[in-house]
Design a protein around this ligand. Structure first.
Ligand SMILES: Nc1ncnc2c1ncn2[C@@H]1O[C@H](COP(=O)(O)OP(=O)(O)OP(=O)(O)O)[C@@H](O)[C@H]1O
Ligand SMILES: Cc1ncc(COP(=O)(O)O)c(N)n1
Length: 264
C-alpha cells in the first residue's frame, strides 16, 4: 500500500465552512492528502462576515500540534489564522521542535468582510518568529503591504514586495494577485533568484470567500506529495481557478469556492 501523504493545518475554524481549517481539510482530501488540524481560534462566521472571534489558550494549540506530530507526523504543514503573538511564538516553537520543513505560511490578517484575524501586535512576531521557518509564504496584496510598509498595487510592485519579504527570511514568496485591479489576476512566485508569473482571467463573482486559504491548502497538499515547488504552485493555481469558477453560489454574501474542484 502506497504511504498516504499527510498534511497539518494550523489555523482558525470558520463555522461557515468556506475558509479556515474547514477549507483546508476539504482541499487536502480532494487532492488525496490525509488532513489533520490544530485549531488556533474559533470564529462564528458565515458568508456575510465574522460575528465573533474566540482564540484558544496557547497551550491548547501547542498540545494539538504535539499530539498529531508525535504520532502521525506531517509531510507538510500550513499556518492560517494565528490571531496573536503568543500563539505565533508557540506554533513556531513546535515547528522547530519537530523540524517541519515543508511549511506554507498563509499570513491571514483581515477577513474579506473586514474582521481582524491577526492582532496588530502580532505582526512583528509573524515576521521574526514564523517567516524564517517558511518554505513559502503566500501573502495577498494588503498582507504584503502590511509586512513591508510598501504600496503594492501592480505586478512590478508585487515583485519588489516579494524581494522585501524574501529578505525577512521566507525561502520562497508567492504573492497572490486577487486584489489587483483589472481583468487579469497575476500570482508571482519568487524563489530568491527567479520570478515565475501565473496569470489568468479574473472570474467576475462575489463568491471568493476563503480563496487564499483554499489556494494555500492546495499548495500544502502538493508539497506533502513531494511535488516540486513550481509544479505545486501551478497545480494550486489551477485548483483555485476551477474552485472559484464552479463555486456553489451559496450564502447571501461572499460565498465559498468549490472544494470538489477537479484539476489534472
Ligand atoms: N476573481 C478571481 N478570479 C480568478 N482568480 C482569483 C480571483 N480572486 C482570487 N483569485 C485567485 O485566488 C487566489 C487567492 O488570491 P486572493 O488575493 O484572493 O487571496 P486572499 O485575499 O488571501 O483570499 P481570501 O482573503 O479570500 O482568503 C490567487 O491565486 C488568485 O489569483
Ligand atoms: C478562520 C478563518 N480563516 C481565514 C479566513 C480568511 O478568509 P477570507 O479572507 O475569505 O475571509 C476567514 N475568514 N476565517
Amino acid at each position: 500500500m502506497q504511504t498516504i501523504a499527510k498534511a497539518l493545518t494550523i489555523a482558525g475554524s470558520d463555522s461557515g465552512g468556506g475558509a479556515g481549517i474547514q477549507a483546508d481539510l476539504k482541499t487536502f482530501h480532494q487532492l488525496g492528502v490525509y488532513g489533520m488540524s490544530a485549531i488556533t481560534a474559533i470564529t462564528a462566521q458565515n458568508t456575510l462576515g465574522v460575528a465573533g472571534v474566540y482564540p484558544l489558550p496557547t497551550e491548547a494549540v501547542s498540545h494539538q500540534m504535539r499530539e498529531v506530530l508525535r504520532d502521525l507526523g506531517a509531510d507538510a504543514a500550513k499556518t492560517g489564522m494565528l490571531f496573536d503573538a503568543a500563539i505565533i511564538k508557540a506554533v513556531s516553537e513546535e515547528i522547530r521542535t519537530f523540524g517541519l520543513k515543508k511549511l506554507v505560511v498563509d499570513p491571514v490578517m483581515i477577513a474579506k468582510g473586514g474582521a481582524k484575524l491577526l492582532l496588530d501586535e502580532a505582526i512583528a512576531a509573524l515576521k521574526t518568529d514564523l517567516l524564517p521557518l517558511a518554505e513559502v509564504v503566500t501573502p495577498n496584496l494588503p498582507e504584503a503591504e502590511c509586512m513591508t510598509g510598501m504600496e503594492i498595487r501592480t505586478p512590478e510592485e508585487m515583485r519588489e514586495g516579494a524581494r522585501a519579504i524574501h529578505a525577512l527570511g521566507a525561502r520562497n514568496v508567492l504573492m497572490k494577485g486577487g486584489h489587483l485591479e483589472g481583468d487579469t489576476v497575476v500570482d508571482i512566485l519568487f524563489d530568491g533568484t527567479n520570478f515565475y508569473e501565473l496569470a489568468h482571467e479574473r472570474i467576475q463573482t462575489r463568491h471568493t470567500h476563503g480563496t487564499g486559504c483554499t489556494f494555500s491548502a492546495a499548495l500544502t497538499a502538493e508539497l506533502a506529495k513531494n511535488t516540486p515547488l513550481v509544479g505545486a504552485v501551478e497545480k494550486a493555481n489551477r485548483f483555485i481557478f476551477e474552485a472559484i469558477k464552479t463555486a456553489p453560489q451559496i450564502g447571501g454574501g461572499h460565498g465559498p469556492t468549490n472544494h470538489w474542484a477537479v484539476v489534472e
